[in-house]
Design a protein around this ligand. Sequence first.
Ligand code: NAD
Length: 722
Amino acid sequence: MDSRSKGRTAVEVGADGVALITIINPPVNSLSFDVLYSLSENYEEALRRNDVKAIVITGEKGKFSGGFDITGLGGSQERKPKPDSMSVDFLSDVVEGAKKPSVAAVDGLALGGGLELAMACHARISTSSAQLGLPELQLGIIPGLGGTQRLPRLIGLSKSLDMMLTSKPIKGEEAHALGLVDAIVLPAELIKTARRWALDISEYRRPWVLSLYKTSKLEPLKEVREICKFARAQVQKEAPNVKHPLICIDVIEEGIISGPRVGLRKEAEASQVLSQSDTSKSLVHVFFAQRATSKIPGITDRGMMPRQVNKVAVVGGGLMGSGIVTALILNNFPVILKEMNENLLQTGINRVKANLKRQMAKGTIPLEKFDKTVSLLKGVLNYESFKEVDLVIEAVVENIVVKQQIFTDLEKYCGPHCILASNTSTIDLTLIGAKTQSHDRIVGAHFFSPAHIMPLLEIVQTPQTSPQVILNLISLAKKIKKTPVLVGNCTGFAVNRIFFPYTQAATMLVERGAHPYKIDQVVTKFGMPMGPFRLADLVGFGVAIATAKQFINEFPDRTHRSMLISIMQEDKRAGESTRKGFYLYDEKRRASPDPELNKYIEKARSISGIAVDPKIQNLPEKDIIEMIFFPVVNEACRVLSEGIAVKASDLDIASVLGMSFPAYRGGIMFWADSLGTKYVCSRLEEWSKDYGGFFNPCNYLAQRAAQGIPLSSPADQAKPRL
Ligand code: NAD
């Protein structure tokens, strides 16, 4: 292979007259340009040679193909055009339209372009564990190699829409039941069966099926229109700010109504346009940023091997502890849970069981796995068995004295290799470990609530935490399906710190005349799952006030002090848990507006002495978004300049996975870059003149704006605190 080339295919013609074409492009045999050129050459040869009767396509090392190589779709880069071999015509005319039949031998992955290639073959043989899917929509594009036309024809419209719109793959068995694959075999039998099958087709012993022209699985036209109408309504409700799911439905519908050739043309045109869209650039950026979080200079590039964590202990079975236990046992880790007394222990274990039951109800885990999963959990009231564990995660009340005592005990009872982690949200980790001699193995493992669902894990490093400990925790995070982001030790770490101005800015706008419901509505329309006031209700006012105090103490120069939430709390409104906060809640926790809210707003305004500003009262939606999110960008810049985060893209992931900032905007920094640092900085300057230091752009942002450098460029001037 040419050292510059990225993958290839190899062809081998057997004595049986079958040309076996193997995709070779580790790790997932993606369809790079080089693979595709090579594939078209191999095809040409196989079709030309008289000794070849049929073709089998497979992927090296048990992976068919993970799909089109999207490295060329880098977030902000110019995108290269696809080669001819990557065109729909190649698959339709050369592969599907050939005079010799092709069979796909699928093991491991057949995703995106990989599945589209397999669908252009005349049959598919698969293993039961293979994963087949068209996940293009999660990258802001649609299947562009005939997938929108062939999948509905192979498995019917309803199921194919479901697979494309959710981007979720299915396993071999289900694919077989649906008709996407023709036979399921053991991995060892795969190639042999596929060869036989291909010869059988060429010798007319099995049907020669062109998926593009199959109609038996398609619903009647009237039903097609109904299904598409329903799907459109669903996606408009769930993702109103993005267009590609709607375009995907249009393309599919058009192909069914006007025929597959028209559908293919429409698919090609739409793919071309969508691959250049901001949405796709943002989603591709998020895709790569997520993978980049575990590439950490000085830690993951030293050749160290992560040490195996076999058993974990969790101290505290409250809200967070029970969620952390759930995440661990769901991923097969044996766990010891310690609580203070029998009663609290049982409550914690019951919480874990309730979490598991909810996952079962959603179909995430099968019913039969429940008992086995619960059996991985052992409850204890002392530390005697802690010598067996390799990692402890402390999740007790946010109290420095209690935590210090626990860490002293942990040092006494755990083995010297054991990692001692705390889930604290606010307390300095150095203080937590102050009374121990174990500073190199003390680390933050900051989960987000609910811990078994939220995908982010902030790993908090102190100056003393050893790289090996970080590496071990990164490895564990992946095993429990969390995305690890390494952050430095500061108030709020990354997510809570960069988002503290979010609620503060919103409250400031309310005191100056904006209405909380209007703000929530605009922020939700922007793409957040809920606005800042609905979020405050969910978190609870007790936590909101305690957290705000921490930030006011730590960053007095840039915090807005409002009495609004405190006044409401004094009146026994503490958010969703009390059924009254900024909204009223019914027994199903559905929120509705409360006219009484205005009374508290008036009172907060009179206490702070801030007059209603007609400009803020009538603030356009765009300005509401900017006044709320630009201070978040500003704080994220401080976090970067202080070296709390390794790179800007980590903050993008932290914002997307920790705060549900819309992925289709690329994360907080990518979004700011899309507007331009100059613009963000100049708006903050403008507001800081009118409304004070809260909006003052930090030096890092001001410098980047002055030099026209995007926030995503490496922060080489930062002094790392990691
Ligand atoms: P919680 O009050 O729900 O649970 C704390 C549990 O710790 C209680 O069940 C208590 O009985 C137990 N506990 C106290 N002392 C103990 C001891 N010595 N041994 C064993 N158990 C003991 O609190 P929570 O919301 O689960 O928060 C726990 C930690 O997680 C805190 O440090 C908090 O800051 C952090 N955190 C909370 C959230 C959140 O959203 N609630 C998010 C991230 C991190």
